[in-house]
Design a protein around this ligand. Sequence first.
Ligand code: FAD
Length: 480
Amino acid sequence: MAVYWHRRDLRGVDNRGLARAVTVDDGPVVPVFVFDPTVLEHASSIRVACLLEALEGLRAWYRERDADLLVARGESSDAIPRLAAEHEAETVVWCEGYSGLAADRDRATTAALEDDGVSCETVHDAIHHEPGSITPNEGDHYSVFSYFWKKWRDREKRDPVAPPTANDLATVSGEPLPSLTELGFEKPNAGSTTNSDQEPTLQLPTVTQDAARDRLESFCADDIYRYEDERDVPAADATSRLSVHLKWGTIGIREVYAATERARERAETDDQRANVTAFQRQLAWREFYAHVLAFNPETVTENFSGYENEIPWRNDPDELAAWKAGETGFPIVDAGMRQLLAEGWMHNRVRMLVAAFLTKDLLIDWREGYDWFRRTLVDHDTANDVGGWQWAASTGTDAQPYFRVFNPTTQGREYDPDAEYIREYVPELADASADEIHGWQDLEPADRERVAPAYPAPIVDHADRREEAIEAFERARETS
Ligand code: FAD
């Protein structure tokens, strides 16, 4: 008998760990999940709400097979050995995590199981190519994505794995899942921090295996063929929105990749095939950042690339609060921050812009932005989030050079020319023209008052702040 420990792989289909558990010992598998207080300490109500939904979905999937998902509460290093003993398991199997937190938890759990004479097996599942398998000639991992991508692209990919049958699973019956409140979280609500008079409602995605597969199927039927052309246009909504599913593991990466390969086979033109490749390239970014984090767990809090001197980050609670609330007076930035509050998700191009705005225009430490994203994103993934923030702050691998500062006005004009996306999320600007929106920084106060009286004036002058940021980064680089 084996125990299978679900963590961020909340699915039965295409789950390499679960498939391994079925074969590891004689007898059926007992699937379990643990609400670990050390992990929950780093969570937020929005993410725990997604977690509970994914767990309910997984439990239903097991029940359709006359089995169940057992849940326990407590430190993993206590709960997993307890569950193993209750079910007289010889082996506990789980899928690897790549953060420092996961590594600490797994070390403690492995030690406790081994003390009890129970074997442990771990399997790589969340990514195609595990850390250490794609390396430069010297070193553990690539720091430049383009080199990583070439090797990743050419490596053979694994096929999806078959799910267990009812006969592979133990006929157990579990307790109900705890509620959000029992876990110490409040019901998530949208815009709890905005100063806006609007009453925003939170629109969270459905986080289940079925929803993930529907999303993958519809994306690969159509949007994937315009991905490269439109992925930077937030109003086009042309990206897959699979991040929340990849975060919680409600879909397996092999299944995603196989669907993209089928889309390539169906493609009729080279342009369509190029769009499929462009999407696969983004999947490779996810693996690149997982490798970087696995070898550099300290980069959750420390700069990846050192500067000679400390970067003189500013401590400005009012500007930070305006950024969080989407009240900076820079329309594209505010639209993104409000999309985050309303949906727990933000378009990638806009994530880049809001992160650049915080770290360059406001010169506020990227860790403040990371912390806010960590609490508000449904798809928060330590590796991708740290990677994205350090890229924007010019402290990461392959980062944006510090002297290339995004101009939020020209970026807004380029990627949201008709201001469609901005108007959707910033209702105060609903009646303003695209020119007025993109020219907001240059409008006279009386014109702003006439066009959109409820919308704030820009909190900073971009040109001045750009100069100041470049000077601050140059000082941080000085050697003497
Ligand atoms: P698609 O464009 O459809 O891409 C498909 C998948 O590829 C994504 O689901 C994701 O798994 C992966 N991917 C795409 N772009 C990137 C990227 N730049 N880096 C790493 N993986 C990528 N992504 C997260 O999954 N979690 C995060 O916490 C996160 N934080 C970010 C913070 C900042 C500051 C920035 C700039 C980016 C961040 N990203 C994060 C990357 C990216 O914004 C999201 O993956 C993407 O917007 C998710 O939407 P999608 O699934 O529609 O993406």
